[in-house]
Ligand binder design. Structure first.
Ligand code: CA
Length: 521
């Protein structure tokens, strides 16, 4: 087997570092095609200095200063995080507001998928019975009931894809009226109305918890379907009618039947691609994330926006260092101000814990070549493509709360994979795209998750977990545009139920994790 040629990738002509693309990295003494000779061994995805950098000198990647040299760095050296002083976070004062003239994005017409139309105008990509819970206390009982529903009832309703218990750690032992407590409560409320659940809301409650069913889902919080009285359907475990555990299970199963029957009567219909609500995020990132997978997602984001769909990008700490790029891309000053408000809220939230956005990076990120949060953020923001940002959501809000019907939306969430996914579910996501360089088996029971590998090595080893291999971009085998189109077509197939993602096939489901910035008691 021949040894692959040394390959380095730089993101901008003004950059003075590039990353090494070869599997396993390259040894000291390697001659790069540019004529540069490596002074150190440089691991895969890590940076090499393209020129001599003096002490205190700027280290630029993505044409952004990702750090200042702590000592002189000769050309050809390995530039790792211990050599860099991280820049201060960009001030939220004096940012450019809606200054970028949006690129000409021609409408993309004629693309459709097969989805489930809902009474509220949203469209589901799956037909799932979701059973909401008011409190963690009922989780064990509901798990037991869900297992029996799946084994005994679901086979009789072939058009229903799954039954899912919406379990969480909230509901009691919490300061329910505290500032910030509205976030977990509206998150849970809005998840109950996710498009994939067909408007069928059913609740299992304990009885004595702080988060009473009427508080979680007050009258008027869910739409009238087919002139049916929008009555809150609750099974309360402490109800005196329940004698013994099995009577609780019988109650849950009996109520579930009504909802399963209605869900089973639904059929997929051809709907325009504009009905897609795609949440994008990354996790287990490496230096390839911003070179391969995230730019391809960004290209696909532009395709989706052109098709009239909604795309949400999130993860506050991973955009904080690029906030000037985002406020400049806002469609209006109101959108820019809303984004600044979310950043300021999060700065204060982190400050309470005496940390800042730099608390984001993980040992795996650094092993994967990402020196700090500035570098990570630049690679993360690319997922948002080039379209103007036309809407902003606060954590736990749904799109309709802010009157958003389509376009590129900044949904403010923590970067934590599970919390971000949970909040995007609440926003109304019906398809999830997740990029990873280090590798994560992440999946959700509520929506299909398309996972994109940033490196071919990961895609090869995790061949039955990764749905798309964007590493082919670094290998020179495919372009960003080709992978972006591949993703777009795969999304329509997955949304239609014609294809299942690997996480769906293996039933890999992470727990819902609510974002609760308020005190517990
Ligand atoms: Ca994440």
């Amino acid at each position: 087997m021949s040894t692959p040629a040394p390959l380095s990738i730089s993101m901008h002509p003004a950059d003075n570092v590039a990353i090494i693309a070869n599997d396993g990295g390259l040894p000291a003494g390697t001659l790069l095609p540019s004529g540069l000779v490596l002074v150190d061994k440089v691991p895969q995805a890590h940076k090499v200095a393209l020129a001599d950098i003096p002490e205190g000198g700027e280290v630029r990647r993505y044409n952004v200063v990702i750090g200042y040299a702590l000592k002189p760095i000769p050309a050809g050296s390995w530039v790792h995080e211990r050599l860099l002083q991280m820049p201060e976070a960009r001030s939220l004062e004096g940012l450019p507001i809606a200054t970028v003239k949006p690129p000409e994005l021609l409408p993309l017409e004629g693309y459709t998928f097969e989805g489930y139309r809902n009474a509220d105008g949203t469209v589901g990509t799956r037909n799932i019975l979701a059973i909401t819970t008011t409190v963690q206390c009922v989780a064990g009982v509901l798990d037991f009931a869900v297992s029996r529903i799946k084994a005994e009832l679901l086979p009789r309703y072939p058009n229903v894809d799954d039954v899912v218990g919406l379990e969480h750690s909230y509901g009691c032992g919490v300061a329910i009226d505290a500032v910030g407590a509205e976030i977990p409560q509206r998150t849970l409320r809005n998840i109950s109305h996710n498009p994939n659940f067909g408007g069928e809301v059913m609740v299992v409650s304990l009885g004595c918890e702080k988060l009473q069913p009427e508080r979680l889902l007050p009258p008027g919080s869910f739409p009238i379907v087919d002139e049916r009285e929008p009555e809150l359907d609750v099974v309360c475990l402490q109800d005196e009618a329940h004698v013994g555990f099995m009577s609780m299970i019988d109650s849950i199963m009996e109520r579930a039947k009504t909802h399963l029957e209605r869900l089973n009567a639904r059929r997929r219909e051809t709907v325009p691609a504009s009905a897609l609500v795609v949440g994008v995020q990354c996790g287990g990132s490496d230096a390839f994330s911003g070179v391969t997978a995230n730019p391809a997602v960004g290209f696909c984001t532009d395709l989706l926006v052109r098709a009239g769909a909604t795309v949400m990008f999130s993860e506050v700490t991973e955009v904080r260092d690029g906030i000037d790029q985002l406020t400049a891309r806002a469609s209006t000053s109101e959108v820019a101000e809303a984004m600044i408000e979310e950043m300021a809220w999060y700065d204060a939230y982190l400050d309470k814990g005496k940390v800042d956005r730099s608390a984001n990076t993980t040992p795996g990120n650094k092993k994967g070549g990402l020196s700090n949060i500035v570098e990570k953020a630049m690679g993360s923001i690319i997922k948002s493509g080039t379209a103007p940002i036309t809407g902003v959501l606060s954590p736990g809000q749904r799109l309709s709360d802010r009157g958003i019907a389509s376009g590129l939306v900044y949904a403010a969430t923590p970067a934590s994979d599970f919390i971000c996914g949970t909040l995007q579910l609440a926003a109304g996501m019906n398809l999830h795209v997740f990029t990873t360089g280090r590798g994560t088996p992440y999946g959700l029971a509520q929506v299909p998750v398309i996972k994109v590998a940033t490196r071919s090595d990961l895609a090869r080893r995790w061949h039955d977990l990764m749905d798309v291999n964007a590493g082919r971009i670094a290998d020179g085998e495919a372009t960003i545009e080709e992978i972006g189109w591949e993703m777009f077509r795969l999304m329509l197939d997955v949304a239609s139920g014609r294809k299942k993602t690997w996480a769906e096939q293996w039933k890999l489901h992470n727990a819902l994790v609510l974002f609760n910035p308020a005190p517990v008691t």
